[in-house]
Design a protein around this ligand. Structure first.
Ligand SMILES: Nc1ncnc2c1ncn2[C@@H]1O[C@H](COP(=O)(O)OP(=O)(O)OP(=O)(O)O)[C@@H](O)[C@H]1O
Length: 317
């Protein structure tokens, strides 16, 4: 299977009405695929369907296939949830298959990092518990991997940070820590649902840059759910636009932003300040943040990550 995740004819419905009405989406390996669209269009439910985490009142049909590069596969047989032809079907998968996929092959980060962090456990404990439970690591190995994970997501002073509690970090650093937890088992796919929406504009850039770096470093593909097309323009390689449970347009970033085919996409883009898509994602992130700072009348700058997150010094109490 060439793509990291392939969604085909996905339908999600409650007893009374459709939520997602037959969508297709291919998340390329080593790419960021943006899922955009108005509130209620079905973006979050699409992401939750990947992990089999839809509300109990909803059912899914169609197909979500996850590339399976391991020789053993997740399970030994069966068509629903089985590993076949180098991929694992997630729609209708058994608990056993979903349990093996969640957190290990596919991880998720949410708008509010507190969703994934326990307030009364140190960051080190949360990471090491996770690593010991999922990867069976010993205490020392788990601690050293936990420290490496915090370094990977650029939390300053990783070793000392292991002893701190989530409330001792700023919002941006908490989101980085939530990303570290998500990456603990080296998933191939990260579902990021509005990961920067709750953050200050200056902090958003650092987190977006981190997502880009994680993908560029190799081994990770990201489905980035956001209503914010500015964020999309900065980091996504491809963008799918949803409206009322349907895909209205799906295209590479440049094409979508410079030659949108659909009237709804055009109306969303009309609200954005113009950008040149010849620039690198890093330049676009910078431009996005500068534009927003200007609009917000902020005097802040896109300083290096630790400073722009005004973390540890500014955030740790
Ligand atoms: N627990 C639930 N039970 C029933 N319907 C729900 C539930 N959660 C969400 N919905 C409905 O499902 C539809 C799709 O919601 P979803 O959260 O996927 O939208 P979204 O595109 O992610 O929007 P937003 O950007 O506001 O999060 C909406 O109409 C919403 O009202």
């Amino acid at each position: 299977m060439t793509d990291a995740l392939t969604i085909s004819e996905l339908r999600i419905r409650t007893r009374s009405h459709p939520i997602v009405d037959g969508i297709d989406l291919a998340l390329r390996r080593g790419g960021i695929h943006g899922l955009a669209g108005e509130s209620g269009s079905g973006k979050t439910m699409t992401a939750l369907a990947v992990l089999g985490l839809l509300p109990g009142s909803m059912t899914a049909s169609g197909s979500i296939r996850l590339a399976d590069d391991t020789s053993a596969g997740v399970t030994t047989g069966g068509s629903a949830g089985g590993s076949a032809g180098g991929s694992i079907e997630l729609v209708g998968a058994s608990r056993q298959v979903l349990g093996a996929v969640r957190g290990r092959r596919v991880a998720m980060v949410f708008q509010d990092p507190s969703t994934s962090l326990h307030p009364q456990l140190t960051v080190g404990r949360q990471l090491t518990d996770h690593l010991r439970h999922h990867l069976g690591l010993g205490k020392a190995a788990a601690r050293s991997k936990a420290e490496a994970l915090l370094e990977r997501v650029r939390v300053p002073d990783a070793r000392a940070s292991l002893a701190r509690y989530p409330h001792q970090f700023s919002g941006g650093q908490r989101q980085r820590i939530a990303i570290a937890v998500a990456l603990a088992c080296d998933p191939s796919v990260l579902l990021a649902d509005e990961p920067t929406t709750a953050l200050d504009v200056t902090v958003q850039a650092g987190v977006l840059q981190l997502l880009r770096e994680l993908v560029d470093d190799g081994g990770l593909s990201i489905l980035l759910v956001t209503h914010d097309l500015g964020v999309m323009s900065a980091v996504a390689d491809e963008v799918t636009v949803m409206r009322q449970g349907l895909v209205v347009e799906s295209a590479p970033r440049e094409q979508l932003f410079t030659a949108p085919q659909d009237a709804y996409t055009r109306s969303l883009l009309a609200a954005l300040p113009g950008s040149s898509f010849e620039e690198s994602p890093e330049e676009l992130v910078e431009e996005l943040v500068e534009g927003r700072e200007g609009a917000a009348g902020s005097g802040g700058s896109d300083a290096p990550v630790a400073a722009s997150d005004h973390d540890v010094e500014g955030g740790a109490r």
